[in-house]
Design a protein around this ligand. Structure first.
Ligand code: A2P
Length: 288
């Protein structure tokens, strides 16, 4: 972490005592864990500012310090990242793509436990329960790293308090890109807090529908096509989407968001917002 930990080399005890303090990183948080899922995806956890309160599903700006080529000054390079951990977690988790020539993720992918990242503690976002009217069933639709806000919401007790059924669809190019989500969902079965607060077996409310588009897997195809043909509803054993009972959150790449949004509107759902809760909400997944 070149720019984050610049220190004068220390050669002996005297030098250590007089060495300048490590350069202060504004809004610094310390990385506690990093996991690499594929050569395109990784997740990491970091400390949480004591003052940070957020609603599961929201995002914050995070990044690294970089040297401004014009002024030579250090300044933060930030991007919007959905918080993948739930609001009750004492740490924060993020799930990120690695773009080899991306300004931020080309560097962020190399972080290690103990490194510092910049985190602006101002959470915002529309993928929150407050933006939806009460319903019986909630659909979480994700592609790629768009799974992140749902990783938060799937670990949030309110999700199971508010809905009888929770359906999470995740479409990725390759099977390995589903692993982060699959492991998280499997882990819910033994999640102590959720089992205690919601009741044992709460995870039976969840229907998980992972699909791939460019590599063989048990279910192939884009979720949009699988819904259009009716195959997704048949596989899940559920009725098609109905505005009286169904609520939805969408988070994926832009083309996916637009296509699914149009489909949900055809089913009769209307887009909600924090100030005007309705039947579905949408947010673009972070891309570098
Ligand atoms: P596909 O491989 O057919 O493009 P990406 O990694 O490019 O963000 O894509 C993630 C996943 O989202 C891929 O499986 C991709 O399928 C799928 N996808 C892309 N555009 C759409 C869309 N308009 N509707 C449904 N799925 C889409």
């Amino acid at each position: 972490m070149d720019t984050m930990t610049e220190m004068t080399p220390v050669t002996d005890a005297t030098a250590a005592a007089t060495a300048p303090a490590k350069k202060a990183v504004p809004d610094a948080q310390t990385v506690t864990e990093v996991r690499h899922w594929t050569d395109r995806l990784f997740s990491f956890r970091c400390t949480r500012p004591a003052s940070l309160r957020f609603r599961s599903g929201e995002f914050v700006m995070i990044g690294l310090m970089q040297t401004d080529p014009k002024s030579g000054k250090e300044k933060p390079l930030l991007r919007a990242y959905s918080i993948a951990s739930p609001s009750w977690d004492e740490e924060l988790e993020f799930y990120s793509i690695k773009v080899q020539d991306g300004p931020l993720t080309s560097r962020l992918q190399h972080i290690q436990p103990g490194d510092e990242i910049v985190l602006r503690p101002k959470p915002v976002g529309t993928l929150v329960h407050d933006a939806l009217l009460p319903g019986k069933r909630i659909w979480f639709f994700a592609t790629g790293t768009g799974f992140a806000p749902f990783a938060s919401l799937l670990r949030e007790p309110q999700t199971y308090e508010d809905y009888d059924e929770v359906i999470i669809t995740h479409t990725c190019r390759e099977a390995a890109e589903l692993h982060y989500g699959a492991e998280l969902i499997e882990g819910l079965k033994t999640d102590e807090l959720l089992n205690e607060v919601i009741g044992e077996g709460f995870w039976k409310k969840i229907k998980y529908y992972p699909t791939t588009t460019r590599e063989e897997s048990p279910k192939m195809g884009r979720i949009t096509d699988l819904m259009r043909s009716g195959e997704a509803f048949r596989d899940l054993g559920v009725d098609p989407i109905n505005p009286d009972t169904d609520r939805a959150m969408i988070c994926g790449n832009l083309a996916f968001n637009l296509e699914l949004k149009a489909m949900l509107e055809e089913y009769g759902l209307e887009e909600g917002a924090n100030s005007d809760p309705k039947q579905y909400v949408v947010e673009k997944a972070f891309l570098d």
